[in-house]
Design a protein around this ligand. Structure first.
Ligand code: C2E
Ligand code: MG
Ligand code: MG
Length: 694
């Protein structure tokens, strides 16, 4: 047997062997990854194995048998049909690979049948006249090689163009192998047509180059599949993460992710001693939208609201849909309750803008509850819970409102005693009582004013102190009618005493932030003054320092209007707020009340004493009255006498007492003060105190 023949046979057998191996690998991959194109490619390699094996055998038998011996004819038929099937299946697989799905099976079957017939015809055709060796070669080899070359080139081109095939090393190797195999077929035809002895050996040995390219193709394919698999796993993980941590309707983080973010924010806030806020939102009457316009409309509303909240908050902050029509916002950069309140207002304003659904304008309002870290809760769940309960109060208040969480104690009383509802009715039921605590003028020892302090005569719980109900009243808004009641009571009472000779007496009334921001405040106060006949100069409104600091807009306007009217304003609890002095610039102040917490430490605590002294100096420099409040011990009084503090208030002088007790005191002290010349300080107050048995 000649060397080229031996080489051809060896090359074909090698191809066949490699093709079997690759077919096994492809089959394995097919079972594992179930890609449609792998089925056709597996068949393609099986066909190649048959084609090359049968071809090798046919050439081998050629040494002994004539060309149209039945065995050789059969082998040639087999090799021919298998050769065309290899190309067909390869192309089918490549097409499936590039479009990403399996092709219709029926069409595939027709194509295969056609190819089988074509392959058979070609073999039969060349068997017709075995003497024409050139024709034989053309029909047997050239046609198939050209077809295969084109198939490989088209396949390689398709792979470069397929948009949905992930880029990677595997893809590149497969592509090059395809191009290589395509060019190799053409090269083979070209080399074979050259003829000549040396060329025969060269052409025969090209079969081994095919083997190398087939191996590269198979390897590339394996790499490619693994890369795709890895990508798919990563995509799936990302998708699972999205599904697991996001709300499918709005795309917002879900509760779990939000809690994680909140946990991290709290960790950060704890370490840096900063604040954060949780805002709990619930759309008002959302059920009506859903019921009357359908769920699709409801979904649109929820998506719009989600988007509006998302664009209102800052990038570092986070919003979640907790479910239904509930949302929560985490605000990390808050420095005060006011910051949170401002953000809350911005959010409910943006949600309030009309939402167009199916050409209809919808108006959706929100109730919002605020809870702050660290003052309201220490952990994520706690913040959600407290902001939720604040939101409920906003709903109860009449919706479309922002409410801040009220501390646990107040909440507990609210629940245990049902105070909230009875609080609303306390005014009507005449359960409120005004107590009066005298304010003593240092220079003369006379009572220059009385502070009205609210008490609630609760039918079951007896006389309640402000600490039991004021914050609740503030939160529920009940403080507005209550405050008005107390103001009227104090004005009436003080005017009565004034008419009986206490002409210098003034009424001090505490004002809550709610009242201060009330549109009607000025009109109400004016009305009370004209009803009772008390001159405006004899009414002093006490606002706490923190309220004064927070006040903006309407509150400041109200205070200015009242002052223009002649009403006096004092800053209560001075020293407990954040920045005492800037409040004093907002509006002219008539009095400063040094907070009890400083007075307590006087004179032993040098810090407290220094602060108290500084506040007195400040007041004197500003030309305003200063009142030391909460004086309990003679040493404290001595200190304030020493510091020339103009007025005193405290248990040492008189505790808050009923109107009747206060009256007794007023008229007895007036006699004393008016009768003999009393040195400032001790004598009068001692007498006042002892007359009450303090
Ligand atoms: P405030 O305006 O600073 O009133 C002074 C408080 O200090 C009163 O407590 C008074 O009883 C108490 N006090 C006075 N002298 C002494 C003392 O020598 N030692 C001690 N330990 N305490 C003294 P009260 O009556 O319990 O009122 C507490 C707070 O409740 C008031 O603080 C005020 O902020 C608020 N409040 C009371 N009545 C009203 C009201 O009608 N409207 C509003 N908005 N708030 C009120
Ligand atoms: Mg007060
Ligand atoms: Mg006070």
């Amino acid at each position: 047997m000649a060397l080229p023949t031996v080489l051809s046979i060896a090359g074909l057998f090698a191809q066949s062997g490699v093709a079997i191996l690759i077919a096994i690998v492809m089959g394995g991959l097919l079972r594992r990854y179930w890609r449609p194109f792998l089925r056709h490619w597996t068949w393609s390699w099986i066909a190649l194995a048959v084609h090359a094996g049968a071809g090798a055998l046919a050439i081998f038998l050629g040494a002994w048998l004539p060309i149209n011996a039945p065995a050789r004819f059969f082998l040639a038929l087999l090799a021919g049909i298998a050769g065309y099937l290899q190309i067909t299946w390869l192309l089918l697989g490549t097409a499936e690979l590039t479009v990403g799905r399996s092709l219709p099976a029926r069409k595939g079957r027709w194509l295969i049948a056609g190819v089988v017939v074509l392959g058979a015809l070609l073999v039969v055709a060349y068997s017709w006249d075995p003497t024409r060796a050139d024709l034989l070669f053309a029909l047997r080899v050239t046609v198939r090689r050209v077809a295969a070359g084109l198939a490989f080139l088209v396949g390689g081109w398709a792979i470069t163009r397929a948009p949905r095939i992930a880029r990677g090393i595997g893809r590149r190797v497969v592509m090059f192998a395809f191009f290589g195999l395509g060019l190799q077929q053409i090269h083979f035809i070209a080399a074979a047509s050259m003829g000549g002895k040396g060329f025969g050996i060269y052409v025969a040995s090209l079969g081994f180059a095919d083997v190398v390219l087939y191996v590269a193709l198979a390897l590339g394919l394996v790499i490619w599949l693994l890369e795709e698999e890895r990508q798919a796993t990563m995509d799936a993980a990302a998708r699972i993460e999205r599904i697991a941590y996001h709300d499918s309707l709005t795309g917002l983080p879900n509760r779990q992710l939000f809690l994680n973010q909140l946990g991290m924010a709290l960790h950060h806030a704890k370490r840096n001693h900063t604040m954060c806020a949780v805002l709990f939102l619930d759309l008002d009457r959302f059920k009506i939208v859903n019921d009357s316009l359908g769920h699709a409309a409801g979904d649109t509303v929820l998506q719009t609201v989600a988007e509006r909240i998302r664009t209102t908050i800052r990038g570092e902050d986070s919003v979640t849909r907790l479910g239904g029509d509930e949302f929560a916002v985490l605000a990390t950069q808050v420095n005060s309750a006011d910051d949170a309140a401002m953000l809350a207002e911005r959010i409910i304003t943006s949600v309030k803008r009309p939402i167009i659904v199916d050409g209809q304008e919808l108006f959706v309002t929100t109730s919002l509850g605020i809870s702050l870290y660290p003052s309201d809760a220490a952990d994520a769940e706690g913040l959600l819970k407290t902001s939720d309960s604040a939101m409920y109060r906003a709903k109860a208040q009449g919706r479309d409102l922002v409410e801040r969480y009220i501390a646990e104690g107040a909440e507990a009383t609210l629940e245990q005693l049902g105070l909230e509802t009875s609080l609303q009715r306390a005014v009507e039921l005449k359960q409120l009582v005004a107590y009066y605590q005298p304010i003593v003028q240092a220079a003369t020892g006379v009572i220059s004013g009385v502070e009205a302090l609210l008490r609630w005569n609760h039918p079951e719980r007896g006389l309640l102190m402000p600490s039991a109900f004021i914050s609740l009243a503030e939160a529920t808004g009940a403080i507005v009618p209550m405050g008005e009641w107390v103001m009227r009571a104090a004005c009436t009472q003080v005017q009565a005493w004034r008419l009986r000779g206490q002409t210098q007496l003034r009424a001090a009334v505490n004002l809550s932030v709610r009242q201060l921001q009330h549109v009607d405040l000025v009109a109400r106060v004016e009305q009370i003054l004209s009803e009772t006949g008390l001159p405006p100069q004899s009414l002093e409104l006490e606002i706490t320092e923190s309220i004064a600091m927070r006040s903006s807009g309407r509150a400041v306007d109200n205070l200015r209007a009242l002052q223009a009217h002649g009403v006096r304003v004092s800053i209560d609890d001075l020293g407990t707020g954040y920045s005492s002095l800037s409040a004093l610039r907002l509006f002219p102040i008539d009095s400063l009340k040094i907070d009890r917490s400083f007075v307590q430490g006087v004179p032993e605590n040098t810090n407290d004493s220094a602060i108290a002294a500084a506040l007195i100096t400040l007041g004197v420099k500003l030309g305003v009255n200063v009142i030391a409040e909460g004086i309990e011990r003679p040493e404290q009084l001595a200190y304030f006498v020493d510091q020339r503090c103009p007025e005193w208030q405290g248990y040492l002088m008189v505790r808050p007492v009923t109107a009747a007790e206060c009256e007794a005191l007023l008229f007895s002290s007036e006699r004393a003060a008016g009768g003999t010349e009393v040195p400032p300080g001790f004598t009068t107050t001692d007498r006042v105190a002892s007359s009450l048995g303090v």
